[in-house]
Design a protein. Structure first.
Length: 144
């Protein structure tokens, strides 16, 4: 025998329930700490390099800092929220948060050639591989 959770059909809701639900969403404070925010990141590897793609729409290029220190790559964004007393949000579903994300780099990365670009809401950090690694990447293996 399967147990199925009962869900009250939509037509059984009273108008009071409907309006209370709608208004409670608008009055609820937005609770999200800046330390809890972490943007989505794609990590891509190809023959010549690794790429980190951060999904960070709503930021400016000047908000970002990318630093390599002893094999630890730190990507950071500092956003100062401007307070406007003439503006009151009834609902706020998005905004830019400050964040910091770190990655341990492998020894195969050429740290001198790391570069970053910000375009259309995507921060792209390119981590080129050392020449010896690229040259040794393809190797024919004989089957015995």
């Amino acid at each position: 025998m399967n147990l199925v959770r009962f869900h009250k059909p939509n037509y059984l809701y009273t108008m009071n329930d409907l309006f209370n639900g709608i208004l409670s969403d608008y009055n609820a404070p937005v609770k999200r700490t800046e330390k809890a925010y972490s943007p989505a990141v794609n990590i891509i590897e190809n023959k010549e390099n690794y790429q980190l793609e951060f999904s960070v729409p709503g930021y400016e290029k000047e908000n970002f800092s990318v630093k390599n220190s002893n094999g630890i790559l730190t990507v950071k964004a500092d956003v100062k929220e401007e307070q406007d007393e003439n503006k009151t949000y009834n609902r706020r579903s998005f905004r830019a948060f400050s964040f910091e994300k770190t990655f341990t780099l492998p020894d195969t990365i050429n740290a001198e050639e790391i570069n970053a670009k910000y375009n259309n809401g995507i921060l792209l950090v390119e981590l080129p591989k050392k020449e010896a690694v690229v040259a040794n990447m393809e190797k024919e293996i004989s089957i015995q």
